[in-house]
Design a protein around this ligand. Sequence first.
Ligand SMILES: [Zn+2]
Length: 395
Amino acid sequence: MNSTDRTVRRRCYESYFGALEPHSGPLYQVYAEKLRTLSSLAAARHYDSLCEAQLRKRCFPENGTCQLLDPAVHATLVESIQAHLEPYHRWQSLRAERLGVETLRPWDLRAPLTAAEPPTIPYETAIEHIIASLQPLGESYQEQARRFFEDDRADVKPHAGRNNAIGYCHSSIADGPFVLCNYADTFRSMVTIAHELGHALAIEQVRDRPLQETAAPRAVEEIPSVTHELLLYDYCIEQGGLLGEYGAVHRADSIGGLLFDQARYSAFVRALVDRVESDRQLTRAFADNRYLKLHTAFSPTVEFVEESRLEWLHRNIQRDPFHHYQYVLGAVGGLVVADRVRSGRWTDTEYRQLLVDMGRCSATDLFESIGLDITTPAPYQTAADAFEPFVAELA
Ligand SMILES: [Zn+2]
């Protein structure tokens, strides 16, 4: 899907979804059954809704604590992002313009926007870039990052006996964090490592805390990883050239995906669950129609082709139904934190304190501490506004 050749991308998209199509019926049935079962379990445990039960997910990494996020936050998040889709629409139109195509098709969404060969970034070079990008957080934070790699805590090549993860940070307080990734010498791989390192170093800050303070609510867990991503994009853009070009495009792709695309899936799952919980029949036709409706709202510039209705079925349906919100909130918080760090208003002292507070505060209090009331529409509008210049810079 990263090819500069549109025919190759189209064939890749069509053959992937062509192979998925015969399994889509059973996959749909399994997913619908999963929602019905989880909903019944939530009711049996006296939750008002599956959403409420799911927002009381175990904190990360697991230490036995859970935190309830008000389901109203989920609803506010979805509605507020839906009310501010213009910058995301502009990003799609700009992508079409940069690619020189009349109509954007699903296989164009990861196409490089420059004719130059994509940069090849060996793993060792990626590590150097990532450590350099953390400069605004100070030398001791950079040193901690360097030690993480020297201690061989990143497992970056597929091998027997390991989860074939695209990117994952697993950890225990006793043994510390580890990063898994299938590193492929690409810009995207480098971003994955930077993202997962954000999780890993967040865990490093709390290993000496009392056990009950060593895990963060899911609603805030993506803030450090998005902050790392944003600092890496800044660094690459400063370097200029191909690295800068890829940095700017990936920044718009990644933050747009986290804010808007994850909000779209939050809205989608919510609609399916509402259907189940109001005792109306959840059918494949309902799911497909709802997906089409959301696709039209979020991605009006991207043509909905026959295979598009299968897209939601290949998206993390093995995960908890309510998991998309944490990425939206990660972007909302990460944009503010990265801004404070890059402007010099925060040094590593304040940043490390935020990471420690992640295990000590409720999610709403933590957001409050960085000036965001996530129970209101304002932070989502602020985030959509902060995304706008990422698009403008590429125009
Ligand atoms: Zn993450």
